[in-house]
Design a protein around this ligand. Structure first.
Ligand SMILES: [Fe+2]
Ligand SMILES: [Fe+2]
Length: 167
């Protein structure tokens, strides 16, 4: 658990700052859409068939997330961002899955912060919407870690919902 971050997390931020941070999240969602659209189609080989199909599902879920965030940013009176974070590419399947997993980890860290920030501002419905998104991101993280044959990364500070399921 990164203690250095937890102090900042408890700080109440302005609604403008929240909108800015949600726009960063939106740029990460665009990045995820692009990465999953491309990677799901270029991952080839019998051993990657299952994960390629899962990545197609991720792509559509990331689009849903982008729509939800855009609505929240508009609600806060700001213009939703239009530029994705950079997408890395590689011809190696392992690299592609690694990039996706790194991005999901970063996304999960951010949404955990965002939920706290929304709640401190009394934006409970917004916090709930982001909580729903976070649950799907955690599923993406599990899918990728499983495809890479790794344990689920411990990012600290959150319940591991999937550990309650099969596996
Ligand atoms: Fe997402
Ligand atoms: Fe995701």
């Amino acid at each position: 658990m990164a203690e250095s971050k937890s102090a900042a997390r408890e700080q109440k931020i302005s609604r403008d700052r929240l909108a800015e941070l949600l726009n960063e999240d939106l740029s990460r969602e665009y990045q995820a859409i692009i990465a999953y659209v491309v990677y799901s189609q270029v991952l080839t080989g019998a051993q990657y068939m299952d994960i390629a199909a899962q990545l197609e599902i991720h792509a559509k879920q990331e689009l849903d997330h982008a729509l939800i965030l855009s609505r929240q940013i508009d609600y806060l009176g700001k213009m939703p961002a239009v530029v994705p974070k950079p997408v890395r590419t590689s011809k190696r399947p392992q690299d592609m899955l690694r990039y996706d997993l790194d991005n999901e980890n970063e996304t999960i860290r951010n949404y955990r912060d965002r939920i706290r920030q929304c709640e401190l501002l009394g934006e409970y419905a917004m916090a709930e919407q982001i909580r729903q998104i976070l649950m799907q991101e955690q599923d993406h993280q599990i899918d990728l870690a499983t495809a890479l044959g790794e344990d689920i990364p411990d990012l600290g500070g959150g319940p591991k919902r999937r550990s309650l399921r099969k596996r």
